[in-house]
Design a protein around this ligand. Structure first.
Ligand code: FE2
Ligand code: FE2
Length: 258
């Protein structure tokens, strides 16, 4: 059951993990950080059977203690079996070596262009799964589908689609930098306005957006869960994707004369 619509911001206890989906042993939690920074980060924990996927675990200094606290409110850190990192930025990846101290066998799921960079965070003998546009079966019968989103904003960027919840973990796509943060966006027009800054500065071009939209056109999305900013619930998914469609960004703006 998708619980996002039931979350009223006033009632959310952000000190603990926040349950976003729960159905037949398939659970998704927000376990992110709430520090006073525009670059506040969302991390998610997806549980399916005995598998625990930490999605974009976050940075070292401010994020890790917070993410750890929220993960510990559900499972032991040694129970994390998989880490999905949608690209190689430190705000997603820098804490990976600390998670590996609890379980050295964690499978790091990344795109190969990111995988070659990850050892530079101090990951020794990491075990990697090359996502390469694949889907993997979950114990419950659903699947996680890894869909490439090149140059949004890294060349090897991708998003993860969970077929059970129909949640799209979008990483920096649909991200906002907001000092008045809410876990779930309640005013889509102001949220779309807040997306502008990140889009213009980080996304390569409108062609990258159009390619990404084509890559996801056949999936039904019940929520978009970005790494910065707020969760976009089902009724706001279409207006958000429509907003992206013709958005000019990155090189479109920088090199208008070419
Ligand atoms: Fe990034
Ligand atoms: Fe990010």
């Amino acid at each position: 059951m998708n619980l996002i619509n039931k979350l009223g911001d006033k009632n959310i206890n952000l000190d603990k993990a926040v349950l976003l989906f729960n159905e037949n042993g398939h659970k998704i939690y927000w376990v992110g950080s709430v520090e006073d920074s525009l670059f506040r980060c969302n991390t998610y924990l997806l549980q399916d059977g005995t598998q625990n996927y930490l999605i974009d675990p976050g940075g070292l200094v401010t994020h890790f203690p917070q993410v750890m606290k929220r993960v510990k409110s559900i499972i032991e850190p040694s129970d994390v079996t998989h880490i999905i990192v949608h690209h190689q930025d430190p705000d997603l990846c820098a804490s990976i070596p600390l998670w590996l101290k609890f379980n050295k066998d964690i499978l790091i799921m990344a795109e190969q262009r990111a995988t070659v960079l990850l050892p530079h965070y101090g990951i020794v003998d990491g075990k990697y799964f090359n996502i390469d546009n694949k889907a993997i079966a979950l114990p419950s019968g659903g699947e996680l589908r890894f869909i490439r989103s090149p140059f949004m904003h890294f060349s090897g960027a991708f998003v993860t689609y969970d077929s059970v919840s129909r949640f799209l973990f979008s990483s920096d796509i649909c991200a906002t930098l907001d000092d008045n943060w809410k876990l779930v966006a309640d005013d889509i027009n102001s949220y779309l306005g807040l997306m502008n800054a990140f889009l213009k500065d980080y996304i390569a071009s409108n062609k990258a957006i159009k390619g990404f939209l084509r890559n996801i056109k056949d999936i039904k999305i019940d929520a978009i869960l970005p790494q910065h900013g707020s969760i976009i619930k089902k009724e706001f998914v279409k207006p958000t994707l429509d907003y992206l469609k013709d958005f000019k960004c990155g090189l479109d703006i920088l090199y208008q004369d070419l």
